[in-house]
Design a protein around this ligand. Structure first.
Ligand code: PLP
Length: 334
């Protein structure tokens, strides 16, 4: 503790309620200790309570991204994501708060039912005033599609600012450098941080931020989309670039990923996910989501079952949000 991270020189637009609460999960721990031999001290970092239109992890990234957009004089945010993208919904809300327009491109990574296509985050995107410009088939080059949309808007005299999927670039990852600083200032020494990892900005920011404050905490990312080595490479690349912004060196060994909880693919429900979601809901009254935090929490339970943690460790699960997406998955739960 005591090292300060250098994020203050970056433009920032306030969007969330920070620091987010860090709460103990004692009822969960007592239930788990009937089943497993070695249960650590369990904590939950409530990034589902960031406060922006049902919250979630993208709020932290968007504070820096929208800050940069405003600094550049942009009038429109463009971003992309899967149909039930939490990032798209939080970007829509951030745009509303900043007085910007928001244009979304949604990728149909999987075809589900009417609720998946229309409810949950999609309903909120529209309520928040974003325009869903197009729904593109799975496998589309979404970055290229955003660039061409940006060209069209420029031709109309607008000033677009393009945010990559998940808000995951070094500027966005600064949001999780801030979270690392909050964890470092926690009343207990944090030994492990566990969370769902997708577009990589969350883990990259945490890893770079913890390095910057010289914290010994280890970060375990539970992959929701791709095999371990691919995800480690992607997280490491972004963490190293984020570290450069802070003057902190990140090592490849700092990036730990568990890919055993993906199941059949991104956004495809698994039994471990639904079990994990019911366990947390019924022991702590906390809701997770089926695409990210539910699989991330399944990964946490798996690591406890594997006795990866010591009994005296303080293990923090970062709840990255996503509950709005639950309503796109009713048929999975009922
Ligand atoms: C985007 C998202 C994640 C993954 O964060 P990345 O920075 O994309 O790796 C985790 N949980 C939820 C709910 C998300 O929306």
């Amino acid at each position: 503790m005591g090292f300060v991270v250098q994020t203050t020189r970056f433009a920032r637009f306030p969007l969330g309620h920070f620091p987010t609460p860090l709460e103990p999960m004692e009822r969960l721990a007592s239930v788990l200790s009937r089943k497993y031999r070695r249960v650590p001290n369990l904590w939950i970092k409530r990034d589902d309570c960031t406060g922006l239109a049902t919250g979630g992890n993208k709020t932290r990234k968007l504070e820096f991204l929208v800050g940069e957009a405003l600094e550049q004089g942009a009038d429109t945010l463009i971003t992309q994501g899967a149909t039930q993208s939490n990032h798209a919904r939080q970007t829509a809300a951030a745009a509303a708060r900043a007085g910007l327009e928001c244009r979304l491109l949604l990728e149909q990574r999987q075809i589900r039912d009417e609720e998946y296509e229309r409810s949950g985050n999609v309903l909120l995107d529209e309520l928040l005033g974003a325009q869903i410009v197009d729904r593109l088939p799975a496998g589309t080059d979404m970055a290229a599609a955003m660039d061409s949309l940006a060209d069209d808007l420029r031709a109309e005299g607008r000033k677009p600012y393009v945010i990559p999927g998940g808000g995951s670039n070094p500027v966005g990852a600064l949001g999780y450098v801030e979270c690392a600083a909050e964890l470092d200032a926690a009343p207990v020494p944090v030994d492990w941080v566990v969370h769902a990892t997708g577009s990589t900005g969350t883990q990259a920011g945490l890893v770079a931020g913890l390095r910057a404050v010289h914290s010994p905490a280890l970060v375990l990312g539970v992959s929701v989309r791709q095999p371990e080595q691919k995800q480690v490479d992607a997280v490491y690349t972004l963490a190293a670039r984020t570290g450069e912004l802070l003057g902190a060196e990140v090592l490849r060994d700092d990036v730990l990923v568990d890919d055993r909880w993906v199941g059949d693919g991104y956004g495809v429900p698994t039994e471990a996910m639904t079990d994990a979601m019911s366990l947390l809901a019924t022991t702590e009254g906390i809701l997770l989501d089926p695409v990210y935090s539910g699989k991330g929490f399944a990964g946490l339970l798996g690591a406890i079952a594997d006795e990866r943690f010591d009994e005296t460790d303080n293990v923090v699960f970062v709840h990255t949000g996503g509950v709005a997406g639950l309503f796109g998955y009713r048929s999975t739960f009922q």
